[in-house]
Write a new protein. Structure first.
Length: 367
């Protein structure tokens, strides 16, 4: 069983008047570097709760961007089902269902409709996957839209690593018949005060957007891409993930290296954790985390979770800002991304940020 003090730390959001705190899960592999097997092991525990509860159902899993995409993909991999993640990215040729995430730094969320019309008639249960649920309002927003679009779906559930819902919000879900599953229950009412106490006097770094670096950078392009932003069969999706893993392992980038970082980008996290776990199985010390759109205050205080913030340009849109926190020193860094990055600012700022501590970087683009 997970305990709050072992699993969670509270960070302070930057310039967010709707919710000043961010719940940082130390094992999730998003903001804080973590051993991939620890993250995937935690996701498996959540999947096992659902496996015990539901058998012989036709399930569509929906994982929420940005931070729950890996959780959703991992949980759904234990089922013969369908999976889709929400997104804030522009998908060429896509039709969308739009919904809002009011407390977020980026409130607009999208669900790609392409493919859903084909598989939804065979679905009798939709399960939403989240990292942390506070009010449940975002999920209620998307349920309202889905009920309008697909009125014959009447069974919805929510599975999250952490549930911080108040009794009032829990009662709303109970009244609507929406079942909740989670690994840890928290009282989020104290988090606003905790976040307000931190000074925000950490180190803020703005890496150069130029491609000038003395670091050894090697680029690869992997094939057999599949995008979970468009609904996928879980068996097919994981077959493609396995091919990507074998491609990366086959490059022998890990040879002679002991300490390795496998880094993801924004919504692209699950394949990164899978690759990292394979390196672990080969006896390597591996950490994973990823860039994020979340602007979080950093602080020098020891009890605060994040200390150094690198402000980057996004690989998906180099006019957009993204962040990476607390870069460590490794024998090599392997960036795995599904970004096309036609512009150079995003990849340049990420490489320059990592180069402050690391001298050997590989970039694997899967798109």
């Amino acid at each position: 069983m997970y305990k709050e003090n072992d699993l969670l730390q509270i960070a302070k959001r930057e310039n967010n008047n709707k919710r000043n705190y961010l719940v940082i899960n130390k094992l999730q592999g998003k903001h804080i570097p973590v051993e991939p097997s620890q993250a995937l092991g935690m996701f498996k525990e959540l999947a096992m709760l659902l496996k015990k509860a539901y058998t012989n159902e036709k399930i569509l899993f929906i994982g929420f961007a940005e931070t729950a995409t890996a959780i959703g993909a991992a949980v759904s991999s234990y089922f013969d089902a369908f999976y889709i993640q929400t997104t804030r990215e522009d998908i060429p040729g896509a039709d969308y269902l739009f919904f809002s995430e009011e407390h977020s730094h980026a409130t607009e969320q999208r669900l790609v409709k392409n493919g859903l019309d084909r598989i939804i008639p065979g679905i009798n249960h939709i399960i939403f996957i989240e990292d942390e649920v506070t009010t449940g309002n975002t999920i209620l927003n998307i349920i309202k839209i889905l009920k309008t679009e697909y009125p014959y779906i009447n069974k919805y559930s929510v599975a999250s690593l952490v549930n911080g819902m108040s009794e009032e919000h829990l009662q709303v879900y109970k009244n609507k018949g929406i079942e909740l599953y989670y690994l840890l229950k928290t009282d989020n009412s104290k988090y606003t005060g905790i976040a307000a106490r931190f000074a925000g006097n950490g180190e803020y770094i703005l890496p150069d957007v130029s491609g000038n670096t003395t670091t050894n950078v090697t680029y690869y392009n992997a094939n057999n891409y599949i995008d979970a932003r468009i609904v996928v069969n879980t068996t097919v999706y994981n077959r493609h993930i396995n091919k990507l893993c074998q491609y990366v392992i086959g490059k022998n980038l890990w040879s002679g290296k002991k300490n390795i970082l496998v880094a993801g980008t924004e919504e692209f996290m699950y394949p990164v954790l899978c690759i990292g776990q394979l390196f672990e199985q080969k006896g390597k010390n591996v950490k994973s985390h990823s860039t994020t759109r979340s602007p979080v205050v950093v602080s020098s205080e020891k009890e605060y979770p994040l200390h150094v913030r690198y402000e980057l340009k996004s690989l998906y849109n180099d006019e957009r800002t993204t962040f990476l926190y607390d870069i460590g020193k490794y024998d090599c860094v392997i960036i795995v991304t599904d970004a096309m990055y036609t512009g150079k600012k995003g990849i340049n700022t990420l490489i320059n940020a990592l180069s402050t501590k690391n001298k050997e970087i590989y970039v694997i683009r899967w798109c």
